[in-house]
Design a protein around this ligand. Sequence first.
Ligand code: SAM
Length: 276
Amino acid sequence: MSRPIGQPTDPYRAIDAQADPTEFVERLEERGETPSHVRLRRRFLRFARVGRGAAVLEVGSGSGVVARDLARMVGARGRVVAVDPSRTCVMAARRLARAHGLDGRIAFRVADGRRLPFRGGRFDITLAVTVLLHVDEPAAVIGEMVRVTRRGGIVGVQDQDFGTLALEHPDRRVTAEILDGVVERLYPEPLSGRRLPGLLRAAGLDRVRLLTDVYQDTALAPYTQRFLEHRAENAVKFGIVDAATAQHWLDGITDIARGGRFVMTLTFFGATGVRP
Ligand SMILES: C[S@@+](CC[C@H](N)C(=O)[O-])C[C@H]1O[C@@H](n2cnc3c(N)ncnc32)[C@H](O)[C@@H]1O
């Protein structure tokens, strides 16, 4: 795959600057409730050794899907702090945590991962889930995560890797044009997942481990459908295909799903390391 073309246009870099920031809260909640995503997210949190009583920081918490899991995992004796640069996300995350019966169990704050407003060594575990993909300087965010984690504590990162997206479709050429073309223009590093262990080692962490897991959908779940519709929309916006071709491609997906042949998989890479 070639390098990103021009400036990345990823809306997750500046959610509050988008026409409708709440749309991103809805997308994150929809993904968060999708069974395959629930499974792989919780598996990664167990891999990162999140347990009762831990003090955990989540960087880039979005609508709070991961932070709510963390609050349940650490229990009442633990502590969860979650930061995100989007004020819309932070406000929505507070409201959603209350609605899930977790009032007062998570401290949500507006902050950027490149400048965390915490003293060094404050957390047992520091995590960023599907965040590094969206930032220009992942090493700067990891550097800050390492700084605020205590010696012997864990830094963990998880990202999807768009070089691993497999979609069953009769038109493989247009599928590749749309899927590869869009991510090259959208993200600073579409293949972020596979780079995570190297980034953790470069940040000086010990005992770096990798867990790969797969988002798998054989029924065209609402989240997957919207994900593919956004890819088609962006492909038109970026001039990769015209509107008729994009619609024809989406119709092909509907046909495949109606025929019981729908398959989409996407590998998530989770890496953890120990602060020396
Ligand atoms: C795809 S969402 C992931 C949200 C959440 N971790 C989850 O898995 O549901 C990416 C989040 O990263 C946040 N983000 C973008 N740039 C960031 C930065 N420089 N530091 C911290 N978070 C950032 C966005 O505001 C957004 O909420």
